[in-house]
Design a protein around this ligand. Structure first.
Ligand code: SF4
Length: 378
């Protein structure tokens, strides 16, 4: 067994990158999950010059550049600052774990509350680094499965502030959301422990006061799919990763003025009906949106196998979860998958129901063998 990589109690950010097998991971948290075309193209340049040439989408609707060498980090930080993608301080960045509905409107409720929450970040108590907020105030509730600890959802004429893990929340009038969020955050801090650092974990050990469990949110909408939506075109990124050239072409050929990020490996191309979508996923059932595969060879120095090539070959045959990892570090997926193929000395190890770093049940598989293994355990 290779052994599990250490679990970090914090999320990487721009100011605080995380060391990975292929260099530093620099995570960028765009404000309201939106980047202008100029910001995204600038990010493409940084990823091309100092990273591995890819930009990853995260499940918190952020972006990350991987493979940054220690020596290039300061220049990347300067570049992000010039693009207007940095917070004023590392402390503010660390607190700014806010996911917004990608369907927000500039004068709508989601944007209003998200901006108020940004203003209130210094007033929050000391929270664990992964603690986050979901602002989901558009007519369709779409962030129900996004990672968050306090949810602000639409409710009658006001909002519902709900602790993650609770079925019901507290209805508040328009404009009173932030006071309620601060109060709920204080309750969390008073009841958290060293082991229970997320709201849902705390709620599994402590009872939330009844006064915080008055009303259920409106029914959730299905997860949005690739296609045309009122604010623009949603397109998917296979494996949640985009090569900078493909991304730049998408922006330029479609005249995209701005891009919004989602937690679902989908990008919203704001204000356009995009037609030139080569290299992106446009069908809701495309398995490339579900497979986890790191960049692999030749993009990462730790890899001895081509991960994406194999992922595309296996995609039509998958039914359960599939993780293809260039090495046992398992950067693309930290949770267990039904099937994991792990690059090892030019071949693949096979792990079932586990992680890239778990003991394999088979080794030395060639790419052709992997298809047979997948078929034997559909
Ligand atoms: S090969 Fe993949 S899993 Fe291994 S360090 Fe590189 S990106 Fe991470």
């Amino acid at each position: 067994m290779t052994g599990r990589p250490s679990v970090k109690g914090w999320c990487p950010g721009a100011f605080r990158p995380m060391q990975s097998g292929d260099g530093l991971i620099v995570r960028v948290r765009p404000f309201l999950a939106r980047l202008t075309a100029a910001q995204m193209l600038g990010l493409c340049d940084l990823a091309d010059t100092y990273g591995n040439g890819f930009i990853d989408l995260t499940n918190r609707a952020n972006l990350q550049i991987r493979g940054v060498a220690d020596g290039g980090f300061d220049t990347v930080l300067d570049g992000l600052n010039a693009l207007g993608l940095l917070d004023e301080t590392p402390e503010l960045e660390a607190r700014r774990n806010i996911i917004v509905s990608p369907f927000w409107e500039n004068d709508g409720e989601t944007a209003r509350v998200a901006r108020a929450l940004l203003q209130a970040l210094p007033d929050l108590p000391e929270l664990p680094a992964k603690f986050g907020f979901a602002v989901d105030l558009e007519p369709e509730r779409v962030l129900q499965n996004a990672s968050a600890d306090i949810r602000i959802e639409r409710y009658d004429q006001g909002s519902l502030v709900r602790a993650d893990g609770a079925i019901k929340g507290l209805p508040v009038a328009r404009g009173e959301e932030i006071a309620a969020v601060l109060e709920l955050a204080e309750w969390f801090v008073a009841n958290r422990t060293a082991d229970n650092r997320r709201m849902a974990h705390v709620l599994s050990h402590r009872s939330l006061p009844e006064s915080w469990q008055l009303c259920a949110p409106r029914a959730a909408s299905p997860q949005p799919q690739p296609g045309q939506h009122p604010p623009g075109t949603l397109v998917g990124a296979a494996f949640g990763q985009m090569h900078v050239e493909t991304l730049a072409r998408l922006i330029q050929q479609n005249g995209v003025p701005a891009i919004r990020l989602t937690p679902w490996r989908l990008l919203l191309l704001e204000g356009v009906q995009a037609r030139n979508l080569d290299g992106f996923v446009t069908h809701p059932d495309d398995p490339l949106l579900k497979i986890d595969a790191c960049p692999g060879a030749p993009f990462c120095a730790s890899a001895t196998v081509k991960t994406r090539e194999l992922a595309r070959r296996l995609a039509p045959s998958i039914s359960g979860s599939l993780h293809i990892s260039g090495c046992a570090k398992g950067c693309a997926r930290k949770s267990a998958a039904d099937t994991v193929f792990v690059g090892n000395s030019g071949g693949f190890d096979l792990v079932r129901n586990g992680h890239a770093w778990d003991a394999p049940e088979k080794s030395g598989l060639r790419p052709d063998d992997t298809l047979a293994e997948l078929a034997s355990h559909p």
